[in-house]
Design a protein around this ligand. Sequence first.
Ligand SMILES: [Zn+2]
Length: 336
Amino acid sequence: MSALTIQYHPGGVQLPRLQAWLDSRRAQPVGQRVFVSHAHTDHLGRHREVILSTGTARLMRARLGGKRHEHVLPFSEPRTFEGPTMKYEVTLLPAGHVLGSAMAWIRAGDETLLYTGDFRLRPGLAVEHCEPRSADTLIMETTFGRPEYLFPPTEEVVAAIRRFCRDALAHNATPVLFAYSLGKSQELLQHLGRAEFPVMLGEQAYALTRVYEQLGQSFPPYQKFDDARVSGHVVIGAPQGDRSDLLARLGRARTAIVSGWGLDPGCRYRYQTDAAFPLSDHADFDELLEFVRRVAPKTVYTLHGFAADFAQTLRERGVDARALSEPDQLGLPLIW
Ligand SMILES: [Zn+2]
């Protein structure tokens, strides 16, 4: 049996022969080492022993608290770990998703595996550049794994967001951009602050931006959200939380959701906002294909989003691929 045999569990991928995990939402006990790809809450768990990048370690401490045995690996430096029956080597490579986000490149014996976590090939303003590396087996996220998900050029989306903000302010309304507090909020701060919009950040986004600064990132001026002084500012906040309370405190406001799902015509209705902008920290369909081309794997396993669709797309192009995270029909018609 291969040293890099994988086993899928909802919320994580296990490498049973190495007693290791590639992300796990469920807390893992002593004896199980967990690679944590990045600090979005859907990738974090209260594990006892973790492998992560410097940035993710710092952000995870800020978000989760508590103590755990941390193996903090600088990017691109291989580290050898002792498994139950063999040694294996882990190298973290930048994933380009949020600050500190990493892919794990693993070598055990003469086999190699690349696990992407969430990733993006397009460059961002507050994140490292993604560095794909060839591997025998690729486990990749496929959130936007359908051909209709092609993001417009970033400059175009940013120009539209700036127009939206300028227009709201000209009408004495507060522009409110709902975006993830980790990653997207910092990108928006860079894009808007550089255009000299005064920015206020929601509480979570503010706290995480401080961590980004401790990690060496620098930003245009910004303030913590304060409804008494909000007039004339752009507010960048999180999509979750007590939104109606926030909007009641703001008075006149215009709202927008900033997400890759903004490509869906119904997105702004789903999020009940005035506008939707498709700025994403994930790869779009073409980037997913480009990523596979650069890794040139023998086998691909897809995870998250349109995993089955993207696996099917790869098989049509002659790549051995299957979905891990949803039932995969392997293209066979259903027989009643
Ligand atoms: Zn993520």
